[in-house]
Design a protein around this ligand. Sequence first.
Ligand SMILES: *[C@@H]1O[C@H](CO)[C@@H](O)[C@H](O)[C@H]1NC(C)=O
Ligand SMILES: *[C@@H]1O[C@H](CO)[C@@H](O)[C@H](O)[C@H]1NC(C)=O
Length: 300
Amino acid sequence: MSEVGQAFAWQDPYFFVTYVNESVSNFQIEFVNYTREIMEHLVVGSFLYIFICIFSYFAVIRWKLLSFNKKIKNPKRVLIVTAHPDDECMFFGPTILNLTKQTDTTVYLMCLSTGKNYGMDVTRRKELYKACKVLGIKDSSIMVLNHDDLPDDIKTRWPEETVAALILHQIEIYDITALITFDRSGISSHPNHFSIYYAVAHLSVNKEIPKGCTVYVLESINVFRKYWFILDIPLSFLLSRTRYIVGPKDRVVIRDAMAQHKSQMVWFRKIYLVFSRYIVINTLQEMNTSDIELDLSIED
Ligand SMILES: *[C@@H]1O[C@H](CO)[C@@H](O)[C@H](O)[C@H]1NC(C)=O
Ligand SMILES: *[C@@H]1O[C@H](CO)[C@@H](O)[C@H](O)[C@H]1NC(C)=O
């Protein structure tokens, strides 16, 4: 078409429609190509990420690499404080198994309630003893309380003074050197869980915890990381310094221990056991007095 013809063509409605149609289909092609490229990157990236996670898992478990780990200070007599029977398996498994395997460590468990199933406290207590046996905690090192002020209830915050007094008593009679419990988010923001944190935080700020005892909290992770199983390894390494990661054999032990809590094995807990990151990885943090002072001032 000559230049003159082209100039006229703009006034020709048919030419205009063709022109617009062409640019729309050009845009469509570009859009499809672009989307395909992004999808390809996502797929390749995901595979790479999964590969890195599996590789680092084996590096930690088989070849004992990547073990630049900050150990807990004096794990001679360790007290784990939980709220309900089965918390020890659901959340603290990797930590407990690591500690019970160390010959010069004694692990004590203090469970502050017998669980919600009213009339089942005898059953749940028995289940707890069986689960602890699987994890390697001796019967004589287990304390289960059944206190009227400490009901298993998702809406109840336990009175901190009561919890604090009970815990302090245990620390003193067993001459505990390290205490491990929930952090301020209590894994799932369960008030029974974080009541324990605030009770211990008060003890710590008031300098009532004996000098020889260091307090550690189990780090809560957000719900996106919670079901990522070993895919959480890179983040756990980046964000935490005290880590316990268990291999396939120990994962079976933790699942066996949890299976002792027969009254609790409903479908969603079974799913939890497959995907939960807490079944393979625990990360701990030393309780830091300046952090708690901030927490407590926000609380008050
Ligand atoms: C326990 O964890 C530490 C790292 O904190 C690790 O060096 C050690 O090998 C683990 N022990 C067992 C028996 O898994
Ligand atoms: C405690 O936390 C404060 C502020 O977050 C930090 O400056 C300090 O180094 C921490 N102390 C320990 C022992 O981690």
